[in-house]
Write a new protein. Structure first.
Ligand SMILES: [Ca+2]
Length: 309
């Protein structure tokens, strides 16, 4: 039996919350429960939260609730409530807790929200960069023309949310030379959770019922796009981290590419950076770009979740 990998989870968990625009993403909760269900593979060193899919207070409350109800009650540290500001890059409970953990022993970081907490940590404590074994992120694409569309009626496409909210945090991670693994839209777009999957999840156990109950409204929100399910973005990162067997990934150079903002087609003068992998960027640092899940991805996920109570 291999030793469990030591990991810190940084999340913008938002399940069950909404804004006037609609329901927020449920995927962080799937990823948290997936990780809680795999103690043989991962040793959870700590959990922190960040703004992103919802506000920091919402993420903190949900993180604590999920940790206590379905996990071992790990404390949840509050991180950033807004993107990194170089003029005021203050420490947070999250950056201090991560720094303490790194000083004790090296660990991986699974950062499934905006990377603000990791970026801030690296700015303030660059000497700890060498203790970060890797950071796994949900971001990136092969080019600005790879649009994040989930159905024939989906327009404009989704942003690369975690990257778009705080590109500077990604720039800092690259500059500090931390090994990065990207679980991008490309890999999650190959997995669909539909209402049959939610029915099955609901029958699994209390944890499955929790995920299913809070995912129905989110799923319904994808129907106008012409999608019959939803892509569970963050759980691709957690599942790959737990057990990478069967996933396909490539080591590719990564860099920022500035291009028209595809999420604002009505604003022809709007540009934004894209996080792009391309083997032609010869001088750029390389990341692991995970692009294809194993064929039995969902069966493996359900089998793990079934172990929860
Ligand atoms: Ca997330």
């Amino acid at each position: 039996m291999p030793t469990p990998k030591s990991v810190w989870i940084d999340t913008d968990v938002a399940i069950g919350t909404s804004t006037p625009r609609g329901y927020n993403d449920v995927d962080d909760a799937f990823a948290l429960l997936d990780l809680f269900a795999a103690p043989e593979a991962v040793q959870i060193r700590g959990i922190s939260v960040v703004y992103g899919n919802t506000t920091l207070p919402n993420a903190l409350q949900l993180g604590q609730e999920i940790s206590e109800r379905f996990g071992e009650g790990w404390p949840v540290a509050a991180g950033a409530s807004a993107p990194l500001n170089l003029r005021e890059a203050q420490p947070t409970e999250a950056t201090e807790a991560m720094a303490r953990a790194l000083r004790e022993a090296p660990m991986h970081i699974l950062a499934v929200g905006p990377a603000t907490n990791v970026g801030t940590l690296l700015l303030r404590e660059p000497q700890l960069a060498g203790k970060i074994l890797s950071v796994t992120l949900v971001a990136g694409r092969r080019g600005p023309d790879q649009h994040f569309k989930v159905g024939p009626h989906h327009h404009p496409p989704f942003p690369d949310l975690n990257f778009d909210l705080d590109p500077l945090a990604f720039q800092i991670m690259l500059e500090k030379g931390v090994p990065l693994n990207l679980a991008p839209f490309e890999v999650s777009h190959k997995v669909w959770i539909d209402s049959g999957d939610l029915d099955r999840l609901a029958r699994l156990n209390e944890a499955g019922a929790y995920l299913a109950t809070h995912s129905r409204a989110w799923l319904a929100q994808w129907q106008p796009f012409g999608a019959t399910g939803f892509n569970p973005f963050d759980v691709l990162a957690s599942s790959w981290f737990i057990d990478p067997r069967g996933f396909k990934a490539e080591r590719l150079p990564v860099q920022f590419c500035y291009h028209r903002d595809d999420t604002r087609p009505d604003q022809p003068d709007a540009y934004k950076p894209y996080l792009v992998v391309d083997r032609r960027f010869r001088a750029a640092p390389k990341v692991l770009y995970i692009h294809t899940p194993p064929p039995d991805f969902k069966a493996r996920l359900w089998a793990r979740l079934a172990r929860l109570s």
